[in-house]
Design a protein around this ligand. Structure first.
Ligand SMILES: C[S@@+](CC[C@H](N)C(=O)[O-])C[C@H]1O[C@@H](n2cnc3c(N)ncnc32)[C@H](O)[C@@H]1O
Length: 278
């Protein structure tokens, strides 16, 4: 492993596979505690989901529309899989993936506990090897910053979508995500146009910080994509953008403000091939 704790920039000798392995290791180590923090945040987690409750943002539900009977894929479900279970409660036939094997192990246990029929696979969201071509009606993708190659990812999501199927991206807003937010105010922490991978010591998600902190620290990488990167990738892949929603808050965000966007959701559609016109 070429990582030596250097903050900020990744070492030039590190290759793409090593970067993926670093992220998989950090996330895998965190998953059991992530589930524990989710239960601390929502002690009624299982009761709520068992009673058919939905743990998605209103904007996501509104953008997705009626998902009953649709084949829906969650590309990075994590151990709690609350979004995957929520889509199932809304009537979708859900498949959920995550790169961390421990996430899938715990998510499967949760599904058994809830009696929900969700299929789980360990898979990289960028390639989704276990998912067949044109098998999904809706692909739900979150937190694109964990994905180094969004062009590969979007091509993959288009591959698994049926013609006419839709992609729903919900991501940290690239403009405000580069800001450090503290009581003293806002500071630019990462140059907006710098696409080099950012390395840092992962000490858990904001949920961990809220519930006593994670007792470990692991190197991890974040891949900043600008708004133009995301939109141009969708355009280049031939997906038609249908709606975009910017939200003034994000669940568990350290920073809540109605003056700046904190998250952005994008709905895009895979075109239906049209035959030759006579
Ligand atoms: C903060 S969790 C959030 C998950 C959840 N979808 C949400 O939005 O709250 C991020 C998840 O992405 C997963 N992840 C990171 N890189 C991934 C990749 N390349 N492919 C699939 N999952 C990945 C991690 O293992 C982790 O479970």
């Amino acid at each position: 492993m070429t990582y030596d704790g250097m903050e900020g920039r990744v070492q030039p000798t590190m290759n793409k596979q090593e970067r993926l392995d670093i992220n998989r290791a950090a996330w895998d180590a965190y998953q059991a505690d992530y589930m524990r923090f989710n239960l601390m945040e929502r002690p009624d987690f299982f009761e709520r989901l068992e009673s058919g409750d939905v743990m998605l943002d209103d904007e996501e539900v509104e953008l997705a529309g009626d998902v009953a009977g649709l084949d829906l894929l969650d590309t990075s479900c994590a151990s709690d899989a609350k979004q995957a279970f929520s889509w199932a409660n809304l009537g979708a036939r859900v498949t959920a993936c995550d790169i961390a094997p421990t996430a899938i192990e715990i998510a499967r246990e949760n599904a058994r506990h809830l009696g929900l029929d969700v299929k789980f696979h360990v898979a990289d969201a960028q390639t989704l090897d276990p998912i067949s071509d044109e098998s999904q009606d809706l692909v739900y993708a979150t937190h694109l910053g964990w994905l180094e190659d969004i062009e590969l990812a979007v091509r993959t999501w288009a591959r698994v979508l049926r013609p006419g199927g839709r992609l729903l991206i919900d991501m940290d807003h690239p403009v405000t995500n580069i800001l450090e937010k503290s009581n003293e105010g806002l500071r630019v922490e990462w140059p907006y146009f710098d696409r080099s991978p950012e390395t840092y010591e992962f000490t858990g998600t904001p949920l961990a910080k809220k519930h006593g902190g994670w007792d470990r620290s692991m190197p991890i990488l974040w891949f900043h994509h600008t708004l133009a990167d995301v939109f141009n990738t969708l355009v280049k892949t031939g997906l038609g953008i249908e709606r975009v929603v910017e939200r003034p808050y994000f669940p568990h965000a350290e920073f809540e403000s109605s003056e700046l966007p904190d998250a952005i959701s994008i709905l895009a559609r895979k075109p239906v091939p049209t035959g030759p016109t006579i």
